[in-house]
Design a binder for this molecule. Structure first.
Ligand SMILES: [Ca+2]
Length: 251
């Protein structure tokens, strides 16, 4: 699948110059921080001055509050082996945490990670973010699902680039009125218009984690977070680094 997805993107990128409304970006590293190679990143976001990360895999799924400068966990909640945790987001002081195929979404107290409740969840859980009033979830397809805080489906958004459905949408982040989405198995992040689902920008992060920092455990780019000052942070599954980046538009 990986080869097919990359090929799909290479083809699309070739045609992008003819499509003026889709902007192309690369990323420039502003600053780098340590990131735990034991963290299979599925969700990453800021809650005020707290950096929150949810991590997957059976047997090592966890929810973390991370100290940016050291990469160390300030708070950690581990989960039973049967759960594979996915994306997470905080809305109205509640932390929502998706599971991949367990068909359940857990809700915790945002401050102390104490369990509050759970909802049955009909889709696969991949990425999660919020626009401040609704949750926005991905499930690995080209659709994004807008949910009320009580998990009622309010809108389904089909994401397209030049008219073609963009599958494998993964970790999400609401940045400046747009939805940013990692595309699973690629170094690509899409910037999506939340009204019509059109991709307005393609961010190529190839080379962000240099070869000499890659090991056998290093997995794909996944993890986008923006802080209150608009600084953007990216990492990947089991990456040894978390990067603050800025976009560089390609002409
Ligand atoms: Ca995120």
């Amino acid at each position: 699948m990986k080869r097919f997805v990359i090929l799909q993107f290479l083809l699309l990128l070739c045609f992008l110059p003819a499509c003026a409304q889709v902007k192309r970006y690369k990323v420039e590293v502003v600053k780098e921080y340590p990131h735990s190679t034991d963290s299979y990143t599925q969700g990453l976001f800021w809650d005020g001055d707290r950096l929150i990360e949810s991590c997957g895999q059976y047997g090592s799924s966890k929810l973390l509050e991370v100290e940016l400068e050291s990469g160390k966990a300030l708070k950690e909640k581990k989960f039973a082996r049967k759960y594979f945790m996915e994306g997470s987001a905080i809305l109205n002081d509640k932390l929502y945490l998706l599971t991949w195929t367990n068909k359940v979404l857990f809700v915790y107290d945002a401050k102390n990670f104490e369990y509050l409740q759970s909802y049955s969840y009909p889709r696969e859980g991949w990425g999660l973010t919020t626009d401040g009033s609704r949750l926005i979830a991905s499930d690995g397809s080209s659709s994004l699902y807008f949910l009320s805080p009580e998990l009622k489906l309010q809108k389904t958004l089909n994401v397209t680039l030049n008219g073609r459905a963009m599958r494998y949408l993964n970790e999400l982040e609401w940045i400046d009125g747009k939805i940013w989405a990692n595309v699973y198995t690629t170094d690509i992040i899409l910037i999506i218009n939340p009204e019509n689902g059109k991709v307005e920008g393609v961010v190529d992060c190839e080379g962000l984690l240099p070869e000499h920092l890659r090991g056998p455990e290093t997995d794909v780019l996944n993890g986008i977070a923006v802080d209150g000052e608009g600084r953007i942070f990216l990492t990947g599954k089991n990456w040894p680094r978390l990067y603050e980046v800025r976009l560089k538009e390609q002409r």
